[in-house]
Design a protein. Structure first.
Length: 322
């Protein structure tokens, strides 16, 4: 494991409190997540939050829902007592949470919640029937005030690709905050881009090219402006899950740093592993481990430092399933 990954421990990540087993749901129950508590808790320092509880709604409480017309910001009201309107209360506690938690590297959310649902939360019309869907009130505030923060619903992390994508983004943002944000300079910005290049390529090759050009031309811009633009585009690009095709492209570029140093038989073995991955016969971990093995012996410092080879702890086994 690379030094950058090995040194990452206790990464601060927000989480809906009910997923931690806290009995804060409207019915006094919880939605304890075994994966979060038994696997991710070894790597993440979870900071639980329930916006509904913080907004003054008790336990148990009347359920709430989103109400509004398409194109409008929905309000959050009681399902029985329509005069119970907690829209402003949720906005206030959400804003306070965000101001106090800008150190977070991600947030794991409760599916379908009118406050914490990431997407596809039902919005009801005046006739009492669902008319469309939106994000929960707390999530909309997160997106407005912290647009680069990786967000994911716990239920969606049952999908191996979405799970790996979210955790990759958490570790990438952690790298940014520890290196670039903590020591802002054009040097650190360029170093970040340098080690993230092939990870970026695997997710969004157009953004890979665009950000390379941007950095080549941005030396005259104020540093704060350049950093903000880069981070926004970088995190947006990483939010697009990589595919076997885009991973194969990145793998071939990494292989290019080895082909002159290896004998013909070894080269063919590596190419065969990449092709087996492309065809769906093996998981991504197979060509990655082979490439990493030979890069340790023959690769330059530049290519060995690529986060693409080791974007998150190997022990999580994320690339054994994609």
């Amino acid at each position: 494991m690379s030094e950058t990954v090995a040194s990452r421990a206790g990464i601060p990540v927000g989480i809906s409190a009910c997923l931690m087993g806290e009995q804060v749901r409207y019915n006094g129950g919880h939605k304890r997540s075994r994966y979060c508590l038994e696997v991710l808790a070894e790597r993440f320092a979870f900071e639980p939050f329930c916006p509904e509880l913080e907004a003054g709604l008790g336990v148990p409480r009347e359920p709430i829902r989103l109400v509004g017309a398409p194109g409008e910001e929905p309000r959050v009201v009681g399902t029985v007592d329509a005069t119970l309107d907690v829209t402003e209360g949720l906005e206030e506690v959400s804003r306070a949470f965000i101001e106090a938690h800008r150190h977070l590297r991600g947030f794991i959310l409760m599916k379908g919640s009118p406050s914490c649902g990431l997407e596809r939360v039902k919005v009801y019309g005046e006739n009492g029937m669902p008319s469309h869907s939106d994000a929960g009130a707390f999530v909309r505030a997160l997106k407005r005030h912290f647009p680069t923060l990786p967000l994911e619903e716990e239920a969606r992390m049952n999908d191996a690709v979405l799970r790996e994508n979210f955790i990759t983004r958490v570790y990438a943002l952690d790298d940014w905050k520890r290196q670039v944000e903590a020591h802002p300079s054009y040097h650190e910005l360029l170093q970040f881009h340098s080690r993230q290049k092939y990870l970026l390529m695997a997710h969004h090759v157009e953004a890979y090219r665009e950000l390379g050009r941007y950095l080549a031309e941005s030396s005259g811009l104020p540093l704060e402006e350049a950093m903000a633009h880069y981070l926004q585009r970088f995190m947006t690009a990483l939010a697009r899950p990589a595919t076997r095709k885009t991973h194969t492209n990145a793998l071939m570029h990494v292989f290019g740093y080895l082909k002159e140093a290896l004998d013909a038989e070894t080269r063919q073995d590596l190419l065969a592993a990449i092709e087996e991955y492309r065809q769906g016969h093996v998981h991504l971990a197979v060509p990655i481990r082979l490439l990493s093995h030979y890069l340790k012996r023959h690769g330059s410092e530049y290519i060995r430092r690529q986060t693409y080879l080791d974007p998150h702890p190997y022990e999580l086994g994320l690339r054994n399933a994609i």
